[in-house]
Design a binder for this molecule. Sequence first.
Ligand code: ATR
Length: 269
Amino acid sequence: MKFAVIGHPIDHSLSPIMHDANFKSLKRDDTYEALNIPPKHFHLIKEIINEKELDGFNITIPHKESIIPYLDEIDDHAQKIGAINTVKIENGRWLGYNTDGVGYVKGLQAVYPNLEDAKILLIGAGGASKGLAATLNEIVKAPLTVANRTMRRFETWDLAVEQFTLSEAEQALNQFDIVINTTPAGMNQNKDVVIALDNLAPHTLVSDIVYVPAKTPILALAEAKGNPIYNGLDMFVNQGAESFKIWTGQDADTDTMKNAVIEQLKRRN
Ligand code: ATR
């Protein structure tokens, strides 16, 4: 079968290496390539994909919402989020899914088994946060709290959550068992810590959906305070594994996928 990831920029995507490792481990002869489609060419998406004769593709920044008008069907979970990261092509029909939230939460449950009883704070209210919130909301008993820099972002939220400003979150921080940063603050060269951690309770798990760097500023600060930390590497691996399952019906070899990503990151450093 033939797969791809579509984004812009896409040169540094680890998806091809991760999926290739899985195909090899499962003795499949599938292919997975990275396709750079800048926003100004996105209207050609049907032609580009049809010419490649793909069976499915992942879709990443900045196209997760732009793809929606091109889909024949959207599953309920993706519909709630309003963003798509996986498309399955079946008899010429394009079916949209979102595996980001499920990918993150599967990994989180492995390190925090009592997830249903956790009080959770999400920082950021963009597409990534919505994906996590929609999935967490199906598992966690207490209402979720979401903090954002600008309150206008919540106008696009259908899900009922407690809405906090960043400073309200800083003040109430000790109420939470898990704090998850979904904003790009701290990604790549950005050294910002999105909220002050002065009021963090000692047991609170601090998480970031970013995995490059492995320790974002908020994770480094939490670790220095002695708190448990959890980054976005498992989310990346699991979203890929869930996409593979949607496309093929088969379970992916997530250990091999994760090792391939870790090895590639080591080579880059
Ligand atoms: P994604 O799909 O990755 O979630 P997005 O939909 O553009 O991306 O959302 C980015 C989120 O990160 C938003 O919640 C944004 O806050 P605003 O709604 O106020 O713009 C948040 N964000 C981005 N940079 C930030 C920063 N430096 N500090 C705090 N929040 C930031």
